[in-house]
Design a binder for this molecule. Structure first.
Ligand SMILES: C[S@@+](CC[C@H](N)C(=O)[O-])C[C@H]1O[C@@H](n2cnc3c(N)ncnc32)[C@H](O)[C@@H]1O
Length: 217
């Protein structure tokens, strides 16, 4: 069994009473990740803890609904990914990168601008017996990929430009998102709608349980 203690130590830098536990994913029972305990401390948190949680959110400690849905899609349609070189941008826990590797991708690179997320990817990939290469940004990632994957990264409006940048990175692009219903870029069309909740459950609004999958034309 993988040792998740270093992930727990990095979570506790912002949430001192949080725990990291190995959790098999709903919808994707093929994957087990080190994630925050389901009864994680919510509020009221002391103001200094609340400040840290907001300033340095541990996104990697959750498997987001869009990542869960995209992982299921890749596992269900391995022909889309087998033998391909794949970049997962905004990888968080690594759920999408790990699903890509399990589905037969030739090379998987996970990119996240949070160093804690890259450590989570490393630990979680090992826990699932797959190889995923970490990188911190698109410059380090380079180009020439067959497929670029993005799940739940458009919550930050400054990331909308990635939709255009994607064309220079990979031949094909798949974007999964539960936050926006249409992409402000004419090169993308919606190809599927799925239901998935962030895990452990964050108690988000019902509308965030609908994940849309977009493909770049
Ligand atoms: C909401 S989480 C989604 C994680 C994962 N894809 C999932 O679905 O579980 C968004 C992740 O994207 C990362 N991120 C946000 N903007 C980014 C950017 N411009 N470049 C790289 N990573 C980014 C954040 O650090 C965070 O780990």
């Amino acid at each position: 069994m993988q040792d998740f203690s270093r992930l727990e130590a990095q979570l506790r830098q912002t949430l001192p009473t949080g725990r990291i536990e190995p959790q098999t994913l709903p919808v994707c029972p093929e994957i087990t990740l080190g994630l925050i305990n389901a009864d994680f401390p919510e509020g009221p948190l002391p103001p200094e803890v609340m400040h840290e949680v907001i300033a340095r959110p541990a996104y990697w400690a959750f498997c987001w609904g869009s990542g869960l849905a995209l992982a299921r899609y890749l596992l269900d349609y391995p022909d889309r990914i087998r033998d391909r070189a794949v970049l997962d941008l905004g990888s968080g826990s690594g759920v999408v990168a790990i699903a890509a590797a399990l589905a037969g991708a030739r090379r998987v690179v996970a990119c996240d601008n949070d160093p804690h997320a890259l450590h989570a990817v490393e630990v979680n990939a090992a826990a699932n017996g797959v190889n995923v290469e970490p990188c911190k940004d698109l410059i380090e990632a380079g180009s020439g990929y067959d497929l670029l994957l993005m799940a739940d990264v458009l919550y930050d409006a400054s990331n909308l430009g990635l939709l255009a940048d994607a064309a220079g990175v990979a031949k094909d692009v798949l974007v999964a998102d539960s936050r926006i219903s249409s992409l402000p870029n004419p090169h993308y069309r919606q190809i599927a709608t799925m239901s998935a909740l962030t895990f452990p459950n964050l108690g988000e609004f019902d509308e965030f349980g609908t994940v849309r999958l977009f493909q770049r034309r």
